[in-house]
Design a protein around this ligand. Structure first.
Ligand code: MTE
Ligand code: MOS
Length: 761
């Protein structure tokens, strides 16, 4: 494949530009779905949600809703013209509107449509579902022991772990639990469905996955894909929560639009959003390890039990990632890792930044900490002893090699940059001098695989036009959720044409422009769409070069695109002038671009292959201060090193690293989902669910991009993905808290209650 132009304009690849919408975000001018002008006659929808976690549902009486003034329609499962099914492709059907049984508290039962949102909400509240309650299964441990799995266990095996544990000089076992996490995107789930001619429908959706919205709306309405178009300019945050959950929200709006013939907007309020949409999978870990006196871990058997909630949704991919990341960047010769997704009567858990990886990489932290405590050494010493590569193996149990030298380099840079040895001594001295406050130091090293676990999803398309004035319009299948994808891809295109990025107009993602796309997820947005856009732009540039070459009587290879000019020898003309001449010469200035990730393969039957195009590496050190009287803590300092290859945009990447770290810190310390005995989620908003605030950001936070570390794979401009990996660097905070609290189990999130109990042991 042709590489993109090595030329680097001021605003091209590598430039630290601010997010293209940064100012619009700050001033409020950026348009989100709810800001789009409403055409006359737009209706508003609200959902009737199940008040019971598990039970038999009698047919709904929707008359009380219809009696509310302003109500236009009230729709149940019987009103769906196509299939009442919002399951992922090739999965057991999953009802969009519950029919006959309810599986979780907050499950959508009916859609009410009214002239105003208030009327719709009042009408939804007027519906009284008749449900014969059954006992809900709410604990993942209960589901695990009962073998209630959503799909057969995934077992990753190398060697004979049981025999190797039995033969090892020392043995240790452990168990712990990590909680779920609510996405808490600023902009909640929303969709606007506008009916067109002859059954067509146009959807504006806050979605990471416009193509899935298109497919599901078509399935629910019973029409062809070509009748449904889906557009999204931007989301106000998504974090995985709008990968599958946005689809059923859009389906409800589309159903209402079809039934009323009018545009319908469905915006979930915060409480309804938290109640009805999936979260990060809570996970239960049980493990047994065999090791030696030197701290070398020889064998490991582990079970990772994810709480999938009531349906499969994306749990297959989440368990895949948890299992493939269970050893993280460490090597253990004999392993058996079993990953399961348990069925419980809670909302179906879904993608969340890291996609099972953040849970998976906790395993070796618990193992290395346990071994260190048993041997009276440090977790860092045990981790170093077991890092992949060097004298240990570099190949993961599923068969793909890690880069041991890069792992060591990232760790060494972090350790030296954070002055580990000096600060370890300082923390010990502080603790010797204080009784009620203890400090702790913790570290973490990460290898995170980049690519979708479902190989077919690793593809992307783009559509680039150059207009006669030399301005460029860019469209691709990726979606913007705040992560800076659009500016990065625009930088790539600007780099190909040698023009300032301001010449590239960024446009809304649309299934009508680029079809059959993958979701923007798995941190692959820039890798995939950057290449697709680069390929499209390079095609157009080739035609432009030929046009200039013909006029100048030079070879096309001699034509260079730089500084908004086209040059060959001492000939030159403006980029816009050449665009004009191309149109006059009847040369097409429009092209699609298509990319698929090369060299990846995976066998789901044997759990073997090379599923990741490459690994992203990172390391972190955190220092905490724990109040032994209250269990409260503060993170005093964090030092992070992240390998972004040759960063396409260091400003955006830095923002991603900081934001991801703080989001991870929230998951591990203060964000706690709490269900009561009836399965009602009681943490529905910021008063009961604590996300990190500005004062939870460590006052000293040093973030470094690993210098001069080009990706070994053929990535776009040698950059590496950054969206998810740094979330896992917050694991250093867990280790720091355990260092402060003392030996023993510390479940997550490490709330003041748990820390107090741990410290009192
Ligand atoms: N950053 C912001 N500001 N908002 C988001 O919703 N989502 C994260 C990450 N960074 C997110 C974000 C998740 S879950 C993923 S998978 C990646 O962005 C997706 O975008 P990318 O592939 O372009 O990095
Ligand atoms: Mo990110 S969890 O892959 O949307």
């Amino acid at each position: 494949m042709d590489g993109p132009s090595p030329h680097r304009a001021d605003t091209g690849p590598g430039a630290a530009l601010r997010h293209d919408s940064a100012l619009r975000h700050a001033t409020g001018e950026a348009r989100f779905a709810d800001d789009l002008p409403e055409t006359a006659g737009t209706l508003h929808a609200a959902l009737v949600l199940s008040p019971v976690a598990h039970g038999r549902l009698a047919p709904l009486d929707l008359l009380p809703a219809l009696a509310v003034p302003g109500v236009v329609a009230a729709l149940g499962p019987g009103d769906i013209p196509g299939q009442n099914d919002i399951a992922q492709p090739r999965r057991e059907p999953e009802a969009m509107l519950a029919d006959g049984r309810v599986e979780y508290w907050g499950q959508p039962l009916a859609v009410v449509v009214a002239e105003t949102r208030d009327a719709a909400l009042a009408a939804a509240a007027a519906v009284r579902p008749a449900i014969e309650a059954l006992r809900p299964v709410l604990s993942v441990a209960e589901a695990l022991d009962a073998g209630a799995f959503l799909f057969p266990p995934m077992v990753l095996r190398r060697g004979d772990a049981a025999a190797a544990i039995a033969a090892a000089p020392r043995r240790l076992s452990g168990r712990f639990h990590a909680g779920g996490q609510e996405h808490f995107y600023l902009e909640g789930q929303i969709a606007l469905a506008v009916p067109g001619e002859d059954g067509d429908v146009a959807i504006h959706s806050s979605t990471q996955n416009p193509t899935e919205v298109q497919h599901m709306v078509a399935r629910v309405l019973g029409c062809d894909h070509n009748r449904v178009s889906v557009a999204v300019r931007r989301m106000g945050g998504a974090f995985g929560g709008k990968e599958s959950n946005a689809s059923w929200v859009a389906c409800c709006a589309a159903l209402a639009a079809r039934r009323t013939g009018r545009p319908v907007k469905l915006r979930l309020g915060r409480k309804g959003d938290v109640a009805a949409t999936g979260k990060r999978h809570p996970m239960l870990f049980r493990w047994e390890a065999g090791y030696d006196e030197a701290g070398r871990i020889l064998a490991l058997e582990a079970t990772l039990a994810a709480d999938g909630g009531h349906s499969v949704d994306l749990s297959g991919g989440v368990v895949f990632r948890a299992v493939t990341h269970a050893l993280n960047c460490l090597d253990v010769p004999d392993v058996t890792v079993t990953g399961v997704a348990c069925k419980t009567n809670t909302v179906s858990n879904t993608a969340f930044r890291g996609f099972g990886g953040p849970q998976g990489v906790l395993l070796m932290e618990d193992v290395t900490r346990g071994v260190a405590e048993a041997l009276g050494t440090t977790q860092e010493a045990v981790r170093e002893r077991n890092l992949a590569g060097g004298t240990n193996g570099a190949v993961t149990p599923y068969g793909q090699a890690l880069e041991g030298d890069l792992i060591r380099r990232v760790w060494a840079e972090c350790r030296d940059g954070a002055a580990w040895d000096r600060r370890r001594a300082e923390v010990d001295a502080f603790n010797a001098a204080n009784e009620t406050v203890r400090r702790g130091l913790g570290s973490f090293v990460l290898a995170f695989g980049i690519s979708f676990g479902i190989m077919s999803m690793n593809q992307a398309g783009a559509l680039v036009h150059v207009y006669e004035d030399g301005s460029i319009r860019l469209n691709h299948g990726g979606t913007e959720m705040g992560q800076g994808l659009f500016i990065k891809v625009a930088q790539v295109v600007a780099g190909v044409f040698g023009v300032p990025v301001a010449r590239v107009r960024i446009t809304a993602t649309s299934t009508a422009e680029v079809p059959n796309t993958a979701p923007t997820a798995a941190s692959t947005g820039t890798d995939l769409n950057g290449w697709a856009a680069s390929i499209a732009a390079t095609t157009i540039r080739g035609r432009m070069a030929e046009t200039a070459a013909a006029e100048w009587r030079v070879r096309p290879e001699e034509v260079r695109f730089e500084e908004e000019e086209v040059r060959a020898g001492n000939r030159r003309m403006g980029f816009g002038e050449l665009a004009h001449r191309c149109v006059a010469a009847r040369v097409s200035l429009s092209s699609t671009g298509f990319y698929r990730t090369p060299d990846i393969h995976w066998d789901p039957a044997t759990l073997r292959g090379r599923p990741f195009f490459y690994f992203s590496y990172g390391a972190a050190i955190a220092e905490v201060e724990l109040d032994l009287l209250t269990g409260e803590h503060r993170v005093l300092r964090a030092d992070l090193v992240q390998d972004c290859g040759r960063s396409l945009n260091p400003a955006v990447d830095l923002g991603q690293i900081e934001g991801a770290f703080v989001q991870g810190l929230g998951w591990l310390t203060c964000e706690e989902l709490w269900w009561d005995d009836g399965g009602r989620l009681r943490t529905l908003g910021p008063s009961t669910y604590k996300i990190p605030g500005s004062r939870d950001v460590p006052p000293v936070m040093n973030v470094r991009l690993l210098e001069g570390a080009p990706a070994r794979a053929d990535t776009i401009f040698r950059s590496k993905a950054v969206g998810e990996p740094p979330l896992m660097l917050a694991t250093a905070v867990w280790n720091a808290l355990r260092d402060a609290a003392g030996p023993g189990r510390l479940d997550l999130p490490a709330t003041p209650e748990r820390l107090l109990m741990a410290a009192r042991r």
